[in-house]
Write a protein that binds this ligand. Sequence first.
Ligand code: SF4
Ligand code: SF4
Ligand code: SF4
Length: 196
Amino acid sequence: MTEPIKEPKVEDIKTAAEEKACPVQKALYFVTEFLSGPMCGRCFPCAMGSYEARIRLQNLVEGKGVDADIRALKRIATDMIEASFCKKGKDTGKFILDWMATDVYQEHAEGSCPDMQCASLIEYRIIPEKCTICGDCKDVCKDLAIFGEKKQPYKSGYFPFEIRQKRCTRCGECIKVCPVEAIVLVAANAKKPVGV
Ligand code: SF4
Ligand code: SF4
Ligand code: SF4
């Protein structure tokens, strides 16, 4: 006999989603988990809306979000609250809409994650004025994203240490090992160079 498919409980999804720091990631997690269970499809706003909401939220988290995504999310969530037959659909709409009372969706559409959690919207950068050219960050970077030369007593004219953003996977290991706090986490849309 085949085991019945276990449907995730809305309260459990909500608790797990709340553990995420970024509200857009919370909503994305909530909708993704909601969709991972069986979809009964009895009402259109929930059945279609939750799929579209996931795409729109994904856009915002990945730094591809625009104002149209926010407008669509508002419409979807409102429709789900008003027209869903069951609590599950209404709760999902409410979860999305609650966070819209803040500016956090808008900030994502403008290219920044205020909680510094969305990898596409943040960058690790080295402050050249603080860097002591020790090379510890380069040694720890598994993605070979840090370029530069260690200080050598007999040599002058070093290549300064710098992070190549296209290679960086935002793992955060370099910031942990820098002995002089020369590496900072900034919004990807912040103007370069970073200050001291
Ligand atoms: S709101 Fe409830 S009843 Fe309607 S499609 Fe979604 S899960 Fe089914
Ligand atoms: S955040 Fe990770 S991948 Fe990016 S430069 Fe630092 S150690 Fe390398
Ligand atoms: S660990 Fe810090 S001080 Fe050392 S090279 Fe990297 S950024 Fe510069």
